[in-house]
Design a protein around this ligand. Structure first.
Ligand code: KIV
Ligand code: ZN
Length: 506
């Protein structure tokens, strides 16, 4: 059977302790609901000895936690452990999480203690927590963390010996935090493997990686494959300094690797937005999966691949189909000097205007030139370029007026190479009449296609607009499309004919 990760959320403890304004009880209750809505089975709800408010939060959250395992943090001393036990007394499923550093640097420079004394504190703390829980007839669920485990490479044998004692005293979960990420994931994970091998399969190995070098997700994901079962993660990667391991990234990466965790991935994006608001910590632009830019493509090659695989589960230039995490905004195609025809095509189509690839190719150098000096074009700027260069083509033909004189009779007034021309055309409708009028004075036009679109994209205009697309066959240039927009359909038609003629005659 496939191993399943056990997700342990630390947003309400490690995340909360790093906030500029830690959450109130009401806020913690709200965030707790968001965490459990994701189906995360275990939540570290606080550090009862840290403040009266946090103690009360732990009491209230313990009461409402239901089947979610709630865990509280306690330093390796009796007073913290007593508070932790008291704070969780009403929880259906609770855990006491005690910790102390075993790193040589920390024991010497921060605790100012000999390693033997620190080892005793750790072992005694677990023994004490265990006996107090037993006395209170409560389930013994104790997690012990080696704070700064990542700094223990030089005294790993000592750490393992202490942990063996701690397990004998009753700790079921051994957490191996990379409290400050300083080195390589694989170096750290080799240490994790040594501990796991020494403690045996009955002990649950947990990882808690801070993100100081930006590799916490990698360490946690690979750590799962090296045998760690409990993965301590934080929503939006909140936490001290550069934060803790980001929950969304780990859950998604494991999903991509075929590891199912029981997490409701479809709520991840919405939850991330809520947590950002609650924590006042912005989601940075390039944040993987959830950042505003995470679905943006700007180079021509990437845009082409992204558009060709848009609705696929597996995208050419994205790690997931964003709907997996409940993200429904489209992949963003922005036009920059690095972009190409596909971007123009996609942007104009996205704005509900018709365009052909040939027209996109024609527009590309103009768009690139603008983008070179000003940077990315907004969709509106791309549209303006399209309207200017495709729907309003300048050339020798300049329409002055086209009016119906009576039913089936139209007066066409225009300049050709600055020479005034006025001619009456008869026809079933404006297109027919205009073509007949032009034919009369020597401009034979072969119509090959005609389409009419209603344009509702111009939000600035209150009047409905029509777009005509008139295709004309030219002996030399092949099929030419003339497009034009006007509030009058008749004028849109005639302007479109003139736009096509200007392409042929220039
Ligand atoms: O980062 C850390 O080492 C911790 C422990 C208290 C688990 O947060
Ligand atoms: Zn931490």
């Amino acid at each position: 059977m496939q191993r399943k990760p056990f997700f342990y959320d630390i947003t309400l403890r490690d995340g909360n302790q790093s906030l500029k304004k830690p959450w109130s009880l009401e806020e913690k209750l709200f965030v707790f609901d968001k965490i459990t809505e994701l189906n995360i089975p275990a939540v570290e709800i606080g550090f009862p000895a840290s403040s009266k408010m946090d103690f009360e939060c732990c009491v209230e959250l313990s009461k409402k936690a239901g089947d979610t395992l709630v865990s509280v943090l306690a330093r390796a001393n009796k007073s913290d452990i007593d508070k932790a036990i008291l704070a969780t007394k009403d929880a259906k499923k609770s855990r006491i999480h005690t910790f102390i550093t075993l790193s040589p640097f920390h024991m010497e420079h921060v605790l100012n203690k000999q390693k033997e004394d620190v080892a005793k504190m750790a072992i005694d703390a677990v023994e004490y927590a265990c006996s107090q829980l037993k006395n209170a007839s409560r389930t013994v669920d104790i997690e012990f963390s080696v704070e700064h485990f990542g700094d223990c490479s030089n005294n790993l044998d000592f750490v393992i010996e202490v942990l063996k004692e701690i397990v004998k005293k009753g700790a079921k979960t051994i957490n191996l935090p990379n409290t400050v990420e300083r080195y390589r994931p694989l170096k750290f994970l080799a240490m994790v493997e040594s501990v796991k091998n020494a403690l045996g399969d009955d002990v649950i190995i947990s990882l808690h990686n801070h993100n100081d070098l930006g590799m916490a997700t990698a360490t946690t994901v690979e750590g799962f494959f090296k045998g760690a079962t409990q993965l301590e993660c934080c929503l939006n990667g909140l936490g001290e300094r550069a934060g803790n391991t980001d929950f969304c990234q780990v859950a998604t990466a494991l999903h991509n690797c075929g590891v199912e965790s029981g997490i409701d991935l479809s709520k991840l994006y919405e939850t991330a937005l809520v947590i950002s608001q609650m924590s006042q910590v912005k989601i940075y632009e390039k944040a993987p999966l959830i950042g505003p830019e995470a679905l943006a493509h700007r180079s021509g090659i990437h845009q082409d691949g992204a558009i060709k695989t848009k609705d696929f589960e597996f995208g050419a230039y994205r790690p997931i189909n964003p709907t997996l995490i409940g993200r429904y905004d489209d992949e963003k195609i922005g036009f920059t000097s690095q972009s190409g025809k596909t971007a123009i095509y996609d942007i104009i189509k996205g704005l509900k205007y018709p365009i052909t690839i040939k027209e996109s190719v024609y527009l590309t150098p103009f768009a690139k030139q603008i983008a070179q000096s000003k940077g990315e074009l907004t969709p509106k700027e791309v549209l303006n370029l399209y309207l200017d260069k495709i729907c309003n083509i300048k050339g020798p033909f300049e329409l002055i007026t086209f009016k119906q004189v009576e039913k089936g009779v139209f007066d066409l007034f225009f300049n050709f190479k600055n020479e005034r021309k006025e001619v009456i055309g008869l026809g079933n409708g404006p297109v027919d009449a205009c073509l007949n009028a032009l034919k009369k004075i020597g401009f034979e036009v072969k119509l090959s296609n005609y389409k009419q679109y209603s344009i509702d994209a111009d939000k600035d205009s209150s009047q409905a607009q029509a777009m005509s697309a008139i295709s004309i066959l030219d002996d030399k240039k092949g099929e030419i499309i003339g497009r034009a927009i006007d509030t009058s359909t008749a004028l849109a038609n005639v302007k479109a004919i003139f736009n096509a003629l200007n392409q042929i005659y220039s």
